[in-house]
Design a binder for this molecule. Structure first.
Ligand code: MN
Length: 251
């Protein structure tokens, strides 16, 4: 099997190393990853400047772009002759739960893989420093084992989050749906040494809006690994009835 590995924490990230080690037994690993951290770059693609690619080892390249750039360059360029069987993105240094998904570079690399017709998985460790990636790395491998001979649902990627617990304390894994939460709308305003204002977005407490048992957030909170099938069609089909009465006859 040929696996394309990517991430958004950069080629030197420990989570990527852990993933490489655990997936090595599946066959040929190709790593195409950003040359520096690209967390929260979402599904951005670089169109306004050229991209530089550097081969740093056999089957290992860095790109001075986003995770999406990496997957596009890998599949349509570097690995053109050896199309990967899977794209695996991660292991992200931190969770990608609920609304995180829309900001996540890690998840977006898997989205790009899915758009290119390649089964794709995003893996995140839902903790903070110091990170221990061993359980998440092991689960990624066991998920690939479980998927052997099966197909992922159409236009669907798997978003995996692993609780920050030692292996023996993780209670299992389950399929979840995306929860919802809001980061506090905190904007921190400070003064720089030259007296000019600067701002930090976030840093506030989180409001959990939808975090029931069956959600990704709920699974992590109960010590379970969360596997959320994410669909690339963002249409809210259940809203069609509600919107049916909307007058759109603007002519
Ligand atoms: Mn990241």
């Amino acid at each position: 099997m040929r696996l394309l590995l990517c991430n958004d924490d950069g080629i030197y990230a420990e989570g990527l190393r852990a993933l490489e080690e655990s997936l090595a037994r599946f066959g040929d690993l190709f790593v195409v990853a950003p040359d520096r951290e690209q967390s929260a770059t979402s599904h951005a693609v670089t169109l306004s400047r050229p991209l530089r690619v550097e081969q740093v080892a056999p089957r290992r390249w860095t790109v001075d772009g986003t995770p999406t750039d990496c997957v596009l360059l890998a599949v349509n360029g570097l690995l053109r002759e050896t199309r990967p069987d899977y794209v695996v993105s991660g292991i992200n240094h931190g969770q990608n739960l609920a609304d995180d998904v829309t900001y996540s570079g890690t998840v977006s690399a898997a989205m790009e893989g899915t758009l290119l017709g390649i089964p794709s998985i995003a893996v995140s460790l839902a903790g903070r420093e110091p990170f221990d990636f061993s359980a998440a790395a092991e689960f990624a491998a066991s998920l690939l084992d479980a998927l052997a001979g099966r197909r992922l649902p159409r236009n669907t990627l798997l978003n995996v989050n692993v609780p920050p617990l030692p292996r023996e304390l993780i209670k299992g894994a389950r399929i979840t749906r995306q929860g919802q939460r809001r980061y506090g709308d905190t904007i921190v305003e400070k003064l720089d040494p030259r007296g000019r204002k600067y701002y930090w977005i976030g840093g506030g407490e989180m409001d959990l809006v939808d975090c029931g048992e069956e959600t990704d957030v709920g699974a992590i909170r109960s010590g379970m690994i969360s596997v959320t099938p994410l669909h690339l069609d963002l249409t809210n089909y259940t809203s069609f009835d509600e919107l049916a009465g909307l007058r759109l006859d603007w002519r």
